[in-house]
Design a protein around this ligand. Sequence first.
Ligand code: CP
Length: 306
Amino acid sequence: MKLHSRHLLGLDGMPKEDIQLILDTAISFKEVLERPIKKVPPLQGKTIANMFFESSTRTRLSFELAERRLSADVVSFTTVGSSVTKGETLKDTARNIEAMKIDMVVIRHSAPGAAHFLSRVVDANVLNAGDGSHEHPTQALLDMFTLRDRHGTLEGLKVCIVGDVTHSRVARSNIFGLKTMGAHVSVCGPATLIPREIEKLGVDVYHNLEDVIPNVDVLNVLRIQLERQERGLFPSLREYHRFFGVTQEKMARATRPITIMHPGPINRDVEISADLADSEHSVILQQVTNGVAVRMAVLYLLGTTN
Ligand code: CP
């Protein structure tokens, strides 16, 4: 079986069978990662370039680990120390990388659409590792893998995405992926951080976390981007925490065990209380572990069949 596209640019419009194939393939790679020797040969002879024009800890390390576990040759660069700082365009950077016979490119960029653009100018398979506030498909895939693992199915699961939805590529990819897989998706946050007309994506909108908690299976808590506080989108971190911070106290309204997710990095005691982030409700570190298996699955499917 193979994916319908030779790139992974986003989950908007990705067929259900493709998401299913990636999640099912990741089960085998999760098993590989539990072996004493965690390396398999499928991408032997393939060269992958990781192009990170924006900061990253989890995604960059996770992709690199996944590539090496599949026996690919890996080259990585970040903006600092590359010729991008001398004014080179994305197109020229990509074409130069391709001239070195690169087979696959993983890109993170602050510009929405950067991965789409790259896929039109290079022959390599392109994987979007986050493009501005547009999409972060592998994050949503690893979130769905983690939820399916914990709850058995995504069909009918009630998931609420909490926080700065407007600026979140994680939220957008999760909404597209979860809706395709039959989950009920809602969003909750201050009106200034929820996009207008988001209901058109088929999600319910809440502005009060205490109305949400009794009715959901999962809270996916987004990072509050502290830099946005400057722009007056919410009055203060303390006030944000009071109304939208996910805490043990608010969780007392739950009517069933709720799974707490967060893509990281966490602002402890801002969007989530430190004790809840470390509690048995939290799957935050399982998300990170599963991220390697899910990225192995995507790289394997694109690199061997597309
Ligand atoms: N979740 C996520 O994308 O984290 P990084 O920014 O550290 O890659």
